[in-house]
Design a protein around this ligand. Structure first.
Ligand SMILES: Cc1cc2nc3c(=O)[nH]c(=O)nc-3n(C[C@H](O)[C@H](O)[C@H](O)COP(=O)(O)OP(=O)(O)OC[C@H]3O[C@@H](n4cnc5c(N)ncnc54)[C@H](O)[C@@H]3O)c2cc1C
Length: 446
């Protein structure tokens, strides 16, 4: 029996690929929620559909493209990104560093001059082990770093930028050429930059359609409402909240790594190893996101933007998405939807919903997105916990040590939170495929 913990994209994809590679080996996906999909679900209420904040498909891997197209067929449409940054009262196209036009003249001048200065040096190493703040200053210059990179990431990670490393971001953040920065400062638009200028999305139903279709394909292997509360790696069994015990030959976990490390017994036991798994788990940090999904009774909001970044500290949210600007079917006729994202450290106390709603309304009115006193006709709240792994100095050594211990016990820990990393839906699907490949290989060699 192969037991798969968690029925998000990574767990579902593992089951799907295992059914093809090892059809004779029984398998089960244990998912604690009443519905599969994890972070990739959608909520449908009062005619509005909200993802757990906007979830857009950036697909590059040919096998994954074919897999997703087979699952969703012509339900998928391709969309050109409309992303903005709100700074100094202006709305700039994304990315900030290549679209400075519209900022006050002295800010533009400082950004360009500091970028020129930074471009004289060698580009810092992209292995990402530098502190994020120092990395951003070295790549973009002080003024761009201080106007966007540092305040935005301070809000998202709830940490000072030099307390996190650039590991999670070095691959994804485009460094424009000097020509692009100068042209962008003078008003020529540089919109297609970055890793996701176009994306795919279902024409209706939200991103939740994707795990739903996948769950239908592995329905016989899926147990919903099955919360795993402990794992005995020596006896190879998992215990569920309802008291059931399930024996396994191999285990694939997509649960958040700190949760797994705190609940697993019988791993290692070698005193020379020093740090216990629970201690390791205690050193991993993350941020949680509270999303307020709002509905308003008009069709046009935010000039058609799909999402807007808010780096400035006077706005309490870090990003606002507009699901109905991406896909009209996400809101009822005559209405629009907004997804307001607030980040908190894993140990911070969460404010009351009313306090966040007031902060959302005040900020949206100040930015000119809501009209003063405009009625909010729908409010929906979601908590994403964990949402973003914190790449501080502890993260990578702890993850490497934990993965080695788990591998010795024949346990795969995969997916965004199983691998304890910063990754996307495509990666979760690939993780499932690769885990199935490794299992098929290992079991064939028995
Ligand atoms: C704010 C935000 C925005 C994002 N936007 C995008 C985007 O635009 N595009 C993109 O490609 N990706 C995006 N992502 C990333 C994407 O959500 C993930 O990469 C992907 O959904 C991860 O899938 P997973 O299966 O690894 O994890 P999860 O979806 O977290 O699945 C893990 C599953 O395990 C279950 N589980 C947890 N504990 C237990 C337990 N004890 N017992 C049983 N089951 C349990 C959970 O309920 C869940 O279903 C975003 C992520 C965040 C946080």
């Amino acid at each position: 029996m192969i037991v798969i913990l968690g029925g998000g994209l990574a767990g579902l994809a593992t089951a799907w690929h295992l059914a093809r590679r090892l059809p004779e080996v029984p398998r089960v996906v244990l998912e604690k929620e009443p519905e599969a999909g994890g972070l990739c679900r959608s909520r449908r209420r009062a005619g509005f559909t909200f993802d757990f904040t906007g979830h857009y498909l950036h697909l590059r891997d040919p096998e994954t493209i074919a897999f997703v197209e087979e699952l969703l067929g012509d339900e998928l449409v391709e969309i050109e990104r409309v992303a903005r940054i709100h700074s100094h009262g202006a709305m700039l196209p994304f990315p900030f560093q290549a679209n400075l036009h519209g900022l006050p003249a002295d800010v533009v001048a400082r950004c360009v001059l500091d970028f020129v200065e930074a471009s004289r040096g060698d580009e810092p190493p992209r292995d990402g082990r530098m502190p994020f703040g120092a990395w951003a200053r070295a790549v973009f210059g002080d003024a761009i770093a201080e106007a966007f990179m540092l305040p935005y990431n301070r809000k998202l990670f709830c940490r000072e930028p030099d307390e996190i490393t650039a590991e999670w971001v070095a691959w994804a953040v485009p460094r424009p050429s000097l020509e692009q920065v100068v042209r962008g400062a003078l008003g020529a638009r540089n919109e297609g930059m970055g890793y996701n200028p176009r994306f795919r999305y279902p024409r209706g139903g939200g991103i939740g359609i994707l795990p739903q279709r996948l769950a239908e394909r592995v329905a016989g292997d899926l147990e919903l409402g099955a919360e795993v509360v402990s794992i005995d790696a020596r006896e190879r069994r998992v215990v569920l909240a309802d008291g059931r015990v399930i024996d396994y030959e191999r285990l694939v976990s997509t649960l958040p790594l700190p949760y797994l490390l705190q609940r697993i017994r019988g791993l290692g036991g070698c005193p020379a190893r020093g740090t216990s798994l629970a201690e390791m788990a205690g050193r991993l940090r993350w941020t949680r996101v509270v999303e307020l999904g709002l509905g308003v009774a008009r069709e046009h909001v935010a000039d058609g933007a799909h999402w807007i970044y808010f780096p400035e500290p006077e706005y309490r949210f870090y990003r606002v998405g507009f699901p109905s600007n991406v896909c009209r079917a996400m809101a009822p006729d005559g209405c629009s939807s907004l997804s307001v994202e607030f980040a908190f450290g894993d140990r911070d106390e969460l404010p009351a919903d009313d306090e966040l709603l007031d902060a959302a309304r005040e900020g949206l009115e100040r930015a000119g997105i809501l009209e003063p006193g405009e009625e909010i006709i729908h409010v929906d709240r979601a908590l994403l916990d964990p949402a973003y792994v914190l790449f501080d100095e502890a993260r990578t050594p702890v993850v490497e040590a934990a993965m080695a211990r788990l591998a010795e016990a024949g346990i795969e820990s995969i997916g965004r939170f199983g691998a304890w990393t910063y990754s996307y839906m495509e990666r979760a699907l690939i993780d499932g495929r690769e885990a199935a490949d490794r299992l098929a290989h290992a079991l064939a060699e028995r």
